[in-house]
Design a protein. Sequence first.
Length: 325
Amino acid sequence: MTRIIIDATDAGGVARKGDQITFYAPEIRPGPGSRITHTRAWTVELTSGKATVENVVPGPIVVRVITAGAPRGNAEFKVVVPDQESVTLADLLTTVYEYTPEVTSASVATINGARDAGLQAVSQAQVSAVAAVNAAATNRASLMWNFAGTGTPVLAAFPGIKVGDTIRRTSDGQEWAAGQGTVTPLPNLIPRIDTTVGTRVFIGSTMVYGDTGWRNVTSLLANGWTADYVHIRRVGDVVTVRANRLGGSAATNQTFLNAIAGFRPSSSGTTSFLITHGSEAAVAARWDYVTLGIPTYSSYTSGRASEISVTTRDTWPTSLPGTPA
């Protein structure tokens, strides 16, 4: 129970006879103890503006100030009486006190029982939801995950990935199978075209086709040889050289073209070098790992179109000779 101490005057500091304070609970509520508090009002007469009200039940209460001759009539305030020994009316009007209503032990038991039942239901629902999610994750179809980086992907970069999923590197199509804590590279069967040095087709890291296209290497003629043009081309491991009006009358030796990295013959040999100038004829062409030449160069003097093909074991060239033909 709480004591309320009242000290009230008008704005001039004067307390008048007949001033009253009325109190009442705004609604019926349980407490204290086994009692209830109902809404009947009681009035306190002020003496020289002062009064003390004993044994006020803590909780919400309406304060009505009744003053004789007040131009605006009576005033009401809803306040909360704190559960403490005493409080002034001024404090009630200026301080917001907390209030926890009393409930019976049966109500507490009912509330606690409902709470426990609710918590158990929520817990069971959570367990069921987690189980459903895990089951869905386990039973879902395998997924393809895109990897925009370089090198080998790391499983930690793919939240939600599971064993049996596949990771594909978008730059070249290389794929990895997701395992338990690791990834395993898969054979890359997606063709990839590279045009940095001619035109090449790769399956994974293996080149399955390559073509340099015809290259004009006339500027690379050696030892005084002349020609309208000399072209060279590599397709796979076959190198082809063709020339028009190849002339050796001013040549100093048989070699008209020194070997070019990526285009060098894989062995030495001699073959017929077909020439045409109105009618067809053939001369012997000699090649080895570093040269391509015609032993009868001094008589190889007039307009002739000619072509020769050899195989090479050179790796693919890192750059292309001459200019596009």
